[in-house]
Design a protein around this ligand. Sequence first.
Ligand code: MG
Length: 420
Amino acid sequence: MMTDNDNFLMPKPESGFGNDRSNWKNYFHRRLRKNGDSSGRSSPSIHAKRRIVLLGATGSIGESTLQVIRAHSDRLELIGVAAGRQGDKLDAIAREFGVKETSLFCRDGLQGLERLACLPEADIVLVATTGTIALRPVLSAIAAGKDIALANKETLVVGGHLVMSAARASGSRVYPIDSEHNAIFQCLEGNPKRSSIKRLLLTASGGPFRETSLEALKNVTVEDALRHPNWSMGPKITVDSATMANKGLEMIEARWLFDVRPDQIDVVIHPQSIVHSMVEFCDDSIIAQLAPPSMTFAIQHILLYPERARGINETLDFTKVLSLEFRPPDEKKFPCLRLARESLDAGGFFPAAFSAANEVAVDEFLHRGLPFLAIPKVISHVLERTSFELPNNADDLIEAEAAVHTQAEIFLRQMKTLTA
Ligand code: MG
């Protein structure tokens, strides 16, 4: 049970790297002692690198992660990489970074991911896979005492109760790489008391349809939905941004990462995607984190945490005019946001069902089998038939999630028959 003085994701003295984490030198010396380094090398610098396993190396987050590791190769070392299907790309990454341990999901299956997630030499496992595929590997990595850098939302949306309680038990830390949650994490540094938080304000760009009328949304195409104004991301998350389901998933993610009540999480539209999120404290002061819309900022923050080093992207230029706008979200135009909030409020299995139904609907939309505005209809249909009961182990949870997929697919077929 967390107490009010628990400082969220901050390193706990008794856990993981412990106090030594506040100081890289201490951390490395401690690790050398722990690893019983007998090489006789006088300088710890040869070993003084955080060893990273990257799951999902060939996607957009994977590429940004590789940029960060390349730029900070004096501190970071890639020791394992996994990808879904792109074997050639994975091999090229392994060659460039001298990585011996690789796994291709289409060849090695879940076992390959689990093996990499638990590599004995790994300090941190960066999870950038899609969907809930990484849930079991993440739980195994946590059980093995690894820290997790989480870029994937579904792992927490579906299995947040399992992941966070496992992390509390093992002392592993779950660090957020999603830009909004990373921003909140940064805003909370130095403000460790949970009771000092009034609310978390997740910013949302509003996606490509921010200015599109509800009427015009009826006819938007896959290409329209994939044209995000600020961020360059994979297709699933880009469509999720267009429906704002993404922000809904992030509200649920925030509830697990920061252990706040659902009513303490709000969404603010911020078209420029420069303020990545904010925390309002009990004294009404608001702290925000700003950076240009690139994932390298959040990835670097976590991989080097708690140290900071030179950034690798262009930063904000205050010698030029910079406007920041904020406005409330329109839940009528973006019902996915409302459905996510209702799922979060309801708790139990509802957030997982929301996520699974959304996954099926978005996949169908991307394959041109479903109009854009029907995505929330599929989610709504599933939620109306979902029961509260939340499985308390990964196998049952994944089975329940698969049942939601089937239910959503049946509904899709019914819809098609009706409109045929
Ligand atoms: Mg995000």
